[in-house]
Design a protein around this ligand. Structure first.
Ligand code: ADP
Length: 203
C-alpha cells in the first residue's frame, strides 16, 4: 500500500483507549467472520450482536455488503479490489476497537493474505482480532443461496464469485471455527460470546 501522505504527523489525544474501555466496561475488539457467501456470517453476527447488547455490551456490525453501499462503493470483486475492501473494512474495525467498541465484521474476505494483513493492523494497535471461520460445504451454501447469488453466478451473471470462479482460502489458525451445517445459529453465537469472555473482552 503506497503512502501518499508522508508529511502528516500522528496527533495523540488526552484520553486513551483504556479510559474509554473503563467507561464502557469492556475491551474494544474485532470479531471477524469469514466464509463463503451464504455460510451464515451475517446471520451469526446479528445473533452475537443481540446477545452482547442483551448483556449491556456495546458492539457494532460492520457488514461487508453494507460498507459496499458507501465507503467501499467504488470497489468491485477483483482480487485487488477485494484486498482494498478488506483493508478499509479492517481499518474501520480497528478504529472502532480503539474506541472501545466490539466490531462484528462479516465479509467473505476469501484471501488469507488480506485477512492476515488486517490481523497485522490490529496487532500494530494492540486491538484483539478474533477470526471466526464460518465453515460450510459449498453445496450447503449454494443450496441455501439466501440472496440468489449462486444462481446468478452459475447463470454467468456474476463473474467473480467466490467458490465458483475464485477460490476461498480457509483460515489456518482461526480463533473459532464453526460449521453452520452442524451448529445452530444461537449455539454458534454463544460460542463466539464464550470466546470473548475467555479472552477478557467482556466480563
Ligand atoms: P453470509 O453472511 O455468510 O453471506 P447469510 O447470513 O446472509 O450468509 O445467510 C446464511 C443463510 O443460512 C441464512 O438464510 C440463514 O438463515 C441460513 N442458516 C441456516 N442455518 C444456519 C446456521 N447454523 N448458521 C447461520 N446461518 C444459517
Amino acid at each position: 500500500m503506497s503512502d501518499k501522505s508522508p508529511n502528516t504527523t500522528w496527533h495523540a489525544g488526552a484520553v486513551g483507549r483504556s479510559e474509554r474501555e473503563r467507561l464502557l466496561g469492556q475491551r474494544g475488539a474485532t470479531v471477524w467472520f469469514t466464509g463463503l457467501s451464504g455460510s451464515g456470517k451475517s446471520t451469526i453476527a446479528v445473533a452475537v450482536e443481540a446477545l452482547l447488547v442483551g448483556q449491556g455490551r456495546l458492539c457494532y456490525r460492520v457488514d461487508g455488503d453494507n460498507l459496499r453501499h458507501g465507503l467501499n462503493r467504488n470497489l468491485g470483486f477483483s482480487p485487488i479490489d477485494r484486498a482494498e475492501n478488506v483493508r478499509r473494512t479492517g481499518e474501520v474495525c480497528r478504529i472502532l476497537g480503539d474506541a472501545g467498541v466490539i466490531a462484528l465484521a462479516s465479509l467473505v474476505s476469501p484471501f488469507r493474505a488480506d485477512r492476515n494483513m488486517v490481523r497485522a493492523l490490529h496487532d500494530e494497535w494492540g486491538v484483539p482480532f478474533i477470526e471466526i471461520f464460518v465453515a460450510v460445504p459449498l453445496e450447503v451454501a449454494e443450496a441455501r443461496d439466501p440472496k440468489g447469488l449462486y444462481r446468478k453466478a452459475r447463470a454467468g451473471e456474476i463473474p467473480d464469485f467466490t467458490g465458483i470462479h475464485q477460490p476461498y482460502e480457509a483460515p489456518e489458525a482461526a480463533e473459532v471455527t464453526v460449521d453452520s451445517s452442524q451448529v445452530a445459529v444461537d449455539a454458534a453465537a454463544r460460542l463466539v460470546v464464550a470466546e470473548l469472555r475467555a479472552r477478557g473482552i467482556v466480563a
